[in-house]
Design a protein around this ligand. Structure first.
Ligand SMILES: NC(=O)c1ccc[n+]([C@@H]2O[C@H](COP(=O)([O-])OP(=O)(O)OC[C@H]3O[C@@H](n4cnc5c(N)ncnc54)[C@H](OP(=O)(O)O)[C@@H]3O)[C@@H](O)[C@H]2O)c1
Length: 302
């Protein structure tokens, strides 16, 4: 197994430890059968680095979303990624954002004086989650005590456990008019870029909240900004934005009904603690010739 040599030092050490913990042996890329690419940066170096890798069969990527690697994905190797790995941290952040939004914590935190009472209850709210992957799986048990009515919308027709209903993406317009909270937790692919635009936002009730912990490009930022400015949406909590980082004077920063966090639903520290045992488990499976976790479907792009 090789760990990509351009990995930042602290991360490099943790990934080497994961390889050894999984029963693998560290090797140069030329000899390696598996490659751990743990650093989210520098994906453009990939083709040059693997040019000499003669025995490579498997590439482990660090992200849940693999779009920075989209141009490199092919059927030459098995690709695995971090889908589901960071979900426990992200699901906690979703709860923080939606409770802050519903209870107007952001409004009170920004205020410098005693202000009028605002807020609503999460208990019994209609929650729609776009995406039925790792984040949704971790989020459902956290929502359970609040007795929410939960709709999962995913690409596949497979029903999702412990929710009120599962729909496919072509049925989204049916779910939105009854949605109090729309949570984006889906993969970014050519099909899901700009999936939340003026048309979809208009289907939501005027007091609904949008929570985006997936990718900024799912949302047409100008359409969202206008909906928030015009009072057509209750609010938005965005951990991810388009563009990212959100420029300093972007109107979203100043809107009273918008919360922006700097892509911290899963911080690097939280992420590394989750990635290390995951990589160790995949190395163990690779060495034992067992099915790997989080295999990327190259044709679907996630
Ligand atoms: N903010 C952060 O720090 C952070 C951290 C981790 C992840 N993320 C983002 O969150 C995304 C989800 O993470 P995850 O771990 O839950 O990934 P995951 O397990 O791969 O789940 C991805 C979900 O996207 C759904 N999907 C894909 N294409 C779709 C389409 N056309 N229409 C509807 N649904 C579609 C999939 O549907 P099926 O179930 O039908 O296959 C799947 O349920 C990642 O791709 C990443 O971009 C952000």
């Amino acid at each position: 197994m090789a760990v990509a040599p351009n990995t930042r030092p602290a991360m490099y050490e943790r990934m080497c430890a994961a390889v050894l913990a999984g029963g693998g042996t560290l090797a140069d890329l030329k000899e390696a059968e598996g490659l751990v690419w743990a650093d989210p940066a520098n994906s453009e170096d990939f083709p040059e680095l693997v040019a000499t890798a003669e025995r490579l069969q498997w590439v482990q990527l660090p992200y849940a979303g693999v779009e920075p690697f989209a141009q490199h994905l092919d059927d030459k190797w098995t690709w695995t990624c971090g889908k589901g790995v960071y979900a426990p941290a992200v699901a906690e952040t979703v709860m923080a954002l939606l409770l802050a939004g519903f209870k107007n914590i952001h409004g009170y935190a920004r205020s410098t004086r005693w202000s009028a009472p605002l807020g609503r209850r999460l208990t019994g709210a209609n929650v729609t989650i776009l995406g039925g992957g790792g984040i949704a799986r971790c989020l459902i048990p956290l929502l359970k005590p609040f007795e929410c009515d939960i709709t999962i919308i995913r690409r596949s027709e497979q029903s999702f456990p412990d929710v009120n209903r599962t729909m496919t993406i072509d049925q989204m317009s049916r779910a939105l008019p009854d949605t109090d909270i729309l949570i984006l937790a889906l993969a970014l692919t050519s099909e899901t870029i700009g999936i939340i635009d003026a048309e979809t936002l208009a289907l939501l009730p005027n007091d609904a909240w949008l929570i985006n912990v997936a990718r900024g490009r799912h949302v047409v930022t100008s359409d969202l900004t206008k909906s928030l400015e015009d009072g057509l949406l209750g609010g938005a909590a965005l951990d991810v934005t388009d563009p990212e980082p959100l420029p300093e004077h972007h109107p979203l920063w100043a809107l009273p009904n918008c919360i922006v966090t700097p892509h911290i639903a899963n911080t690097p520290e939280m992420g590394l603690d989750l990635l290390e045992p995951f990589v160790a488990e995949n190395v163990r499976r690779f060495c034992a010739d067992q099915n790997l976790l989080a295999v990327v479907d190259v044709s679907l792009g996630y």
